[in-house]
Design a protein around this ligand. Structure first.
Ligand SMILES: *[C@@H]1O[C@H](CO)[C@@H](O)[C@H](O)[C@H]1NC(C)=O
Ligand SMILES: *[C@@H]1O[C@H](CO)[C@@H](O)[C@H](O)[C@H]1NC(C)=O
Ligand SMILES: *[C@@H]1O[C@H](CO)[C@@H](O)[C@H](O)[C@H]1NC(C)=O
Ligand SMILES: *[C@@H]1O[C@H](CO)[C@@H](O)[C@H](O)[C@H]1NC(C)=O
Ligand SMILES: *[C@@H]1O[C@H](CO)[C@@H](O)[C@H](O)[C@H]1NC(C)=O
Ligand SMILES: *[C@@H]1O[C@H](CO)[C@@H](O)[C@H](O)[C@H]1NC(C)=O
Ligand SMILES: *[C@@H]1O[C@H](CO)[C@@H](O)[C@H](O)[C@H]1NC(C)=O
Ligand SMILES: *[C@@H]1O[C@H](CO)[C@@H](O)[C@H](O)[C@H]1NC(C)=O
Ligand SMILES: *[C@@H]1O[C@H](CO)[C@@H](O)[C@H](O)[C@H]1NC(C)=O
Ligand SMILES: *[C@@H]1O[C@H](CO)[C@@H](O)[C@H](O)[C@H]1NC(C)=O
Ligand SMILES: *[C@@H]1O[C@H](CO)[C@@H](O)[C@H](O)[C@H]1NC(C)=O
Ligand SMILES: *[C@@H]1O[C@H](CO)[C@@H](O)[C@H](O)[C@H]1NC(C)=O
Length: 408
């Protein structure tokens, strides 16, 4: 009954957004989470909205033109950023959005007490239905968790390491907690467990997490064995790579981890070099591909990246070294040839998916009006301490409360 009321409220809200939102392409944003469902690359939320947009990558003209077609889907039940998402490998590709900073729609009020959960389910192939799964043994300390990255394996187990809680009171850091736990959500049984592991790494947030085909999760330069639940250190050699935060990592078809972007110290910090670097997970050697300077994207941080076939699709984020300007563009890297093959630098067009109950789209508006300046963490995040993004490979490691150092 309660859920039904919520669903009613969501759909009412969607109807309202129908009128309120007149953009036919997504505005600039950062801190969103992206997920590939079939050929559709979804983007959920971002500072501070709950919008859902997708690109249909089966239309290869995305890689050739500067005007990709955007589709808007049913908005999230709440505003959400610094969350993480996983796509179920079976069961109609449900997307699970976990954690993040959750604010009630159209409000700056924190949503945690309204939902008592940090897990939302989105069914893109079932009328874009949003629901709140009932989870057995949900660990309530996870309710406000953010700056995390989840991976899902073939057996439908989601693994989420560490992160920090989100406190809405910007003048009080004292209740912020940094975690080094490993949480496991089994989406077949919908049951939660917080694993009790010896020799866990120190608390860390804003790391990236990459699942290798061998069943190892690579976090920082450590690996976590998803069978034995054992952590190991890794020695990594090769090119010199600056530590960074707010960048992204994808796993290529041949098990290279491709890291893009990031910045030093904070969202507002300067870019890190090189912009793009690759970790071979067989030899554990870094290398820096020589990329022709054509279609080169801006230096981004707090963006998202996803792999579709051999293409790495990099989107949104802050433009590094600009004191926080938001990016609205999408860039595509051919990971076989190491060339940038596409760029969206201009106003984009949108097509309404009119067959379902998705939000109808109205007339376009001036894109320049949505290039927002990042005006401080208090406004966006509601807290003053967080200096990091959701897709950092190195992330920040906490060694003393309220002091930070790179996880690397
Ligand atoms: C660009 O378009 C051409 C011709 O339409 C096509 O052959 C090519 O595969 C496209 N490029 C990409 C990267 O999809
Ligand atoms: C592919 O995208 C282009 C614009 O980028 C659009 O003109 C065309 O209609 C799209 N094709 C399909 C099949 O959606
Ligand atoms: C998900 O799919 C698996 C395999 O097809 C099936 O065994 C399971 O019952 C499904 N679970 C749900 C919740 O639909
Ligand atoms: C959301 O905010 C807009 C702009 O402030 C306002 O016009 C609209 O009525 C609000 N919607 C709800 C559901 O409160
Ligand atoms: C959330 O938890 C609070 C306190 O435990 C409770 O009062 C409230 O009814 C719960 N809300 C939902 C939606 O379950
Ligand atoms: C689609 O969602 C409805 C609930 O609205 C549910 O009853 C049904 O089982 C779902 N269908 C699939 C294929 O998941
Ligand atoms: C969760 O449980 C409640 C109460 O048992 C039920 O009303 C609701 O439909 C369930 N939600 C889902 C998504 O199954
Ligand atoms: C926020 O924290 C400050 C410092 O601890 C405290 O004085 C203030 O009452 C808090 N505000 C709220 C709304 O809890
Ligand atoms: C919930 O998570 C906290 C923080 O990691 C941990 O201390 C606690 O033991 C967990 N609770 C259970 C029941 O696993
Ligand atoms: C993970 O641990 C299991 C059990 O100890 C072991 O058999 C397996 O080889 C390990 N996987 C890797 C990739 O090291
Ligand atoms: C990893 O290395 C650190 C020292 O850098 C050490 O303290 C820790 O115990 C090692 N962890 C494992 C699992 O070996
Ligand atoms: C909160 O943490 C930040 C970053 O460490 C620090 O600069 C600031 O002084 C802290 N604020 C309070 C009220 O403790």
């Amino acid at each position: 009954m309660f859920n039904r009321l919520f669903l009613f409220y969501f759909s009412l809200l969607s109807q309202l957004l129908f009128f309120v939102n007149c953009l036919n392409f997504p505005g600039a944003r950062a801190g969103q989470t992206s997920a590939l469902v079939g050929t559709k690359l979804y983007f959920f939320g971002g500072d501070s909205n709950g919008e859902v947009w997708y690109l249909d990558l089966s239309n290869s003209s995305l890689f050739n033109t500067s005007t990709p077609m955007w589709y808007k889907d049913v908005s999230m039940p709440l505003k959400n950023f610094y969350s993480t998402s996983c796509v179920s490998p079976t069961n109609n590709s449900a997307v699970f959005i976990i954690g993040g900073r959750q604010l009630l729609p159209n409000s700056s009020a924190v949503a945690f007490n309204s939902f008592n959960s940090s897990v939302f389910r989105f069914d893109p192939n079932n009328n874009s239905l949003w629901s709140i799964p009932n989870i057995t043994n949900f660990n309530s300390t996870f309710k406000t968790r953010n700056l995390i990255q989840a991976v899902i394996d073939k057996t439908r187990r989601i693994f989420i390491f560490g992160g920090s809680n989100f406190e809405a009171n910007s003048s009080d850091n004292s209740s912020i907690i940094y975690y080094n736990d490993m949480n496991l959500l089994d989406i077949t049984t919908m049951s939660w467990s917080t694993l009790n592991i010896l020799q866990a790494p120190p608390p860390c947030y804003a790391y990236t997490s990459t699942l290798l085909p061998t069943g190892l999760i690579v976090i920082l330069i450590r690996t976590f064995n998803t069978t034995s639940f054992v952590w190991s250190n890794r020695t990594v050699n090769g090119s010199s790579i600056e530590t960074r935060i707010g960048h992204s990592a994808v796993l290529s078809q041949n098990s290279d981890i491709i890291v893009y972007g990031g910045s030093k110290e904070s969202q507002l910090g300067p870019q890190t070099l090189p912009n793009l670097c690759v970790l071979n997970t067989n030899s554990w050697i870094w290398f820096i591909p020589d990329i022709p300077p054509v279609n080169t994207p801006q230096s981004l941080t707090f963006h998202s990246a996803a792999l579709y076939k051999d293409y790495m699709v990099v989107a949104f984020g802050h433009i590094a070294s600009t004191q926080g300007l938001f990016n609205k563009d999408v860039y595509v890297l051919d990971t076989q040839k190491y060339t940038w093959v596409g760029i969206d630098n201009t106003e984009t067009t949108t097509q309404d998916s009119s067959t379902s109950q998705k939000n109808k789209l109205q007339s376009p508006s001036n894109p320049s009006s949505i290039n927002g300046l990042y005006i401080g963490m208090i406004v966006v995040g509601g807290i003053g301490i967080v200096l990091v993004g959701v897709t950092s490979f190195f992330g920040y490691l906490l060694y003393k409360k309220a002091q930070h150092k790179s996880c690397n």
